[in-house]
Design a protein around this ligand. Sequence first.
Ligand code: SF4
Length: 397
Amino acid sequence: MDIVQKVAILSNAAKYDVSCSSSGSKRDSYPNGIGSGALSGICHTWSADGRCVSLLKILMTNYCIYDCKYCHNRKSNDIRRAFLTPKEIADLTIEFYKRNYIEGLFLSSGIIKSPDYTMELFLKTAEILRYKYRYGGYLHMKIIPGASKILVEKIVKLADRVSANLELPSEKSLSIYAPDKSRKEIIKSLDTVLKYNLSNEQNNSTSTQLIIGATEETDREIISQSEVFYKRSLLKRVYYSAYIHVNSDLPALNTEPPLLREHRLYQADFLLRFYKFTSDEIFSKRNNLDELLDPKLRWALDNYHLFPVDINKADYSMLIRVPGIGPKSAKKIIAARKFGYLGIEHLKKMGVQLKKSEYFMILNGKKIRNSVGDLVEREIMKFTKANSPIFKILGAD
Ligand code: SF4
């Protein structure tokens, strides 16, 4: 098999992993058109300073000794297999980098022989890139749970980001659908990364992937779990991946990937990380996120007794709970009101989304809107339009 065939197989096999922050797309190329969102190989991620970085996203091999029920590459599937040596991967990275196709590498793999054996090959790849080719570009490598501490630390030293996939949202599901994997080992790997970062003053970012919709956990269970990992600083980012029904023997809850659920989970995750909501607050009245309304608006409606909020008096934690006010505008409000009373015009200039926030605020002693009914109606209409097949085809807004 030549290198082009190997790359085609192994970049395609890598597309199910979203922990590098690339997202899936079904859009294929048009006849005689240019580009295809569904193709694999080069994807994008965001670096710590917010830059968008294009990556060669590839597996070292799609051979695997494990048989995870949700995985296309599991050992019991009859698929074409390929393997790239550390040198081949390093050469490809450098060649693509020189041609300006990519700015980094995302390397994952099926498990060959053992976690340690696979990690040794990863380490060899990283060492060729960093020491032999003097490659200073972005490097994201998968940590294989169960690999020895010393190998994990050596990889962390050379990579910019590492990820260890939790894969399924509970220990019970993991033991049923990925019996070769151990949640304890996954957490141990993340803990090794954290301790290495702390003792070496390194800030290697860590992420994980959770497959959503293949098993029965509620949104509350999923988000509560992410909250624990964020609080313990074991993860910087959780990526939620709507389950793609690749194997017929897995009892998937939906045959279509549950993309809307994935989207709502990302919104709830955002509330955890940037708005300092707790999972108990987000799910104070429900176990699953509302599909029709975004989680922040849903929370405000569920807790309407806490509103309206006086924009000229409320503290930061309450200001950012107002739908339509984000952390940036809340900070601007607090800074600006030291100099005088704020009115609608000030809020507009600060980027506050008045179409939402005006239902939840008091300005100059007065409530601006009395009933949230028309806001809810408008939001549901927006959602229905965005999710209606005819509007999707027409691209109407
Ligand atoms: S370890 Fe499991 S998820 Fe990873 S490649 Fe092997 S079968 Fe697939």
